[in-house]
Design a binder for this molecule. Structure first.
Ligand code: FPP
Length: 224
């Protein structure tokens, strides 16, 4: 049985779910947040140390302003309303991505990260304004500026995921089989599960089914 220490998730399908059920993409994001809550609980139950959630990519800025504003409001309210409880559950929150948000959100993020920084049951990495290509180029630039020798250890110091183990398992919901500029370096040896269901329909049962399958995979890491 494979140990499972880090799950990463591309929570795709909110927009389609919202249009189908409520004629509104934003309603899908709201429903998606409920799935996030369920998955956090189940991740703790499964004693998994890290959960990385792709909440907003650098490309998502291309969406209509109304949707972008809705998503950021949802995130803000999630952090304002839930951070106390998450902290009580010994959860550490870390934002990965370029932290260029409104002053209000920047303050909420700083507060949330500081408040939970000593927690150690589960670390949630929320990818916000995250793009893997940008992360990689920034890391290369820092490496070359500091004139350091080019190797994996030096390079990884400059990634947003510094000190975070690579994901063992990546799940993408929403019936789309691509990585969408998410953790391209870190997923080099992760097991990839593409799930047909849209994120708001993704259940605890689905999550545990994938975890069970993951645990049975023979992971070679290039060996035999
Ligand atoms: C992708 O689905 C989903 C997003 C861009 C946003 C994810 C946000 C949430 C689940 C809610 C907030 C989360 C937290 C952690 C507070 P899509 O809109 O691209 O779906 P589509 O492919 O059907 O259009």
């Amino acid at each position: 049985m494979n140990p499972l220490n880090h799950v990463a998730i591309i929570m795709d399908g909110n927009g389609r779910w919202g249009l189908k059920h409520k004629n509104s993409r934003n309603a899908g994001h709201k429903a998606g947040l409920q799935t996030v809550e369920k998955i956090i609980k189940e991740t703790i139950k499964n004693k998994i140390g890290y959960l990385t959630l792709y909440a907003f990519s650098t490309e998502n800025w291309k969406r209509p302003k109304k949707e972008v504003n809705y998503l950021f409001n949802l995130l803000e309210n999630f952090l304002i309303n839930r951070i106390e409880e998450l902290s009580k559950q010994n959860i550490k929150l870390k934002i990965i991505g370029v932290k260029k948000f409104s002053n209000k959100l920047n303050k909420i993020i700083t507060h949330s990260e500081k408040k939970t920084s000593k927690n150690n049951k589960l670390q949630i990495n929320l990818a916000l304004n995250y793009g893997s290509k940008f992360e990689l180029i920034s890391a290369f630039k820092k490496l070359s500026k500091n004139n350091e020798s080019i190797n994996e250890t030096n390079f990884e110091k400059y990634l947003q995921t510094k000190n975070i183990p690579d994901p063992d398992l990546i799940i993408r919901t929403g019936n789309t089989n691509r990585l969408s500029n998410f953790l391209l370096w870190q997923l080099a040896y992760s097991e990839i599960f593409f799930e047909k269901k849209l994120w708001p329909d993704f259940s605890i049962k689905d999550y545990n089914r994938i975890i069970k399958s993951f645990k049975k995979i023979k992971r070679n890491f290039g060996s035999i």
